[in-house]
Ligand binder design. Sequence first.
Ligand SMILES: NC(=O)c1ccc[n+]([C@@H]2O[C@H](COP(=O)([O-])OP(=O)(O)OC[C@H]3O[C@@H](n4cnc5c(N)ncnc54)[C@H](O)[C@@H]3O)[C@@H](O)[C@H]2O)c1
Length: 355
Amino acid sequence: MFNNIYKNKKVLITGHTGFKGSWLSLWLELMGAKVIGYSINVPTMPSLFELIKPKSVDIRADINDLKKLKFIIKKYKPEIIFHLAAQSLVGVSYKETINTLNTNIIGTANILESLKENKFVKAVVVITTDKVYLNNEANKHFKETDCLGGYDPYSASKAACEIIVSSYRNSFFNIRDYGKTHKTLIATARAGNSIGGGDFAKDRLVSDFTKAILTNTKLTIRNPESIRPWQYILDTLRGYLLLGARLLEGKKQFAQAWNFGPKNTDIRKVEDVIKELYKHFERFEYCTDKTKTFHETKCLKLDISKTKKELKWIPKYNMVKTLNEISNWIKTYQQKKDIRKLCVKQIKEFCNTKN
Ligand SMILES: NC(=O)c1ccc[n+]([C@@H]2O[C@H](COP(=O)([O-])OP(=O)(O)OC[C@H]3O[C@@H](n4cnc5c(N)ncnc54)[C@H](O)[C@@H]3O)[C@@H](O)[C@H]2O)c1
């Protein structure tokens, strides 16, 4: 997969201790990459990162610390950066607003600023989200060319990331000057709700479900009617890796924004996903708690036609297969079996699955 492009590549992953970062570190390790991870902490307890212990250089530092970031990039000389580090939760962004804005906006600017001083980073994939779009709840599928917005601070911070990336790309890493004044291609990736085993973050559906199963308690959900573009974690990461590969190959037309979302049949209500997931556990216990709500978009849909046509990416797994992988993960964890082994198996099976 990816024509062996990641073999022996030095890859910096910011946010390597988080849900996506842990899976990405392991996958890159399996492909023979040399991973350098940069994160402020291990964000949850338990955590996927601690369970699989990816073989990476493990740096604990703040993305807001520009001096440290520059030092690390200079020291390890990565050829590609996957920038995932973020305050990633909408709910937390209402309480820790300034931290969210600093980490997500200035943190991203710090990554880009660090690139000015070196010539060895060839590719940067900045991870934003499907929530970057101006959403008037008009039930539309968002295209990459649609207006950016952001009702809550998290969404606004990620939309701001998109603008910052675009500004750095225009001003310092313009594709017009690629190969002349610079050698760096920068893209952004806007993915929907990525679900898979090992998510323990607060107020996320699979995470809350996992905790309810493990503690034998009733699941509380906030908005059963909300519609989200659900996709398997490895599908999302395959999108990031494909995009990174095209940038590493020097294909400058890929230095732009890309949507990564599911097929239309997997754009589903929260309640539908929960009902399907419970079928694997022969239980059905959840309640709705409206008192716990904060403003969240009701309906989120992504148009992935550009990604499908140009990057040749479409999701490999549908909802049924995805929920199967998640329930296997939860059962393996419940039985205190080897999680790293299971994750390796899930990655290998995913790689061997044809589209
Ligand atoms: N999980 C999803 O469904 C989803 C959907 C769309 C976009 N995203 C985006 O994908 C990325 C990864 O998401 P995730 O689910 O793995 O998040 P996560 O919350 O599990 O992990 C966040 C990571 O960022 C690091 N981090 C946070 N603040 C930092 C700081 N100041 N300095 C350095 N590191 C810091 C944490 O230590 C952790 O490693 C984020 O940018 C998130 O916004 C996630």
